[in-house]
Design a protein around this ligand. Sequence first.
Ligand code: C5P
Length: 237
Amino acid sequence: MADLIVALDVSTKAEVADVLRRLGDSIDFYKIGLELFSAEGPDVVRLVKDAGKRVFLDLKLHDIPRTVERAVKSGATLGVDLMTIHSTGGKAMIRAAADAAASFGAAAPKILAVTALTSLDQDDLTDLGIQRAMPNQVEAMGLLAITNGADGIVCSPKEVANMNKVLIPAAQGRKVVFVTPGVRPAGAAIGDQKRVATPAGAVRDGSTHLVVGRPILEAVDPVAAAIAIRAEMDSAL
Ligand code: C5P
């Protein structure tokens, strides 16, 4: 059964409290990203955890291994469930993040790698000195992450079927987490998302966690929207 995560794309604790109150029991997993964490810091993680929810802390860490190790430990101490790093930080950094998480045993957060930001195109890769075609770069970075201890990746729902095929064998029996944003229920506004998939399509293609923001937060009835998306996800099984 895939998980549904709501992106807390707001900038104050008051707005977070309002979302938690409005969505109530319909959602039990939230994503906190750079905007909110930069504004409110670890207190906002505590607020969501104290409400009994799981937290995906999406800070996309990219630094020297020792710094990333310590940041992962700080996140794990807060009790977060998922954390992101950039695979382009290299294998020592990925390994440092994975080992730091593992040191928390049963309470270890899962470490997810970003393969290539979806805002980059082929010209950007060339500027960075990367010769590979984008799909090959995404596969290579996913493999680097998984073979160095990461638990999974964040990817577009359009890539997730192929990434399942590439990464599951490489994980040698470890369970791989595939988190996909860019999900839109049939008939919903696309907004600034370019390559979207439906909730059922994403699950069918191997997403284990769907990240959804506006289709729930901006709905007239957010609880009904959350329930409808979960029903669409369940219909895939
Ligand atoms: O509102 P919407 O459903 O588009 O929100 C999706 C969430 O996933 C946002 O927090 C957005 O920053 C994040 N995300 C994304 N696309 C990526 C990476 C992250 O939409 N490639």
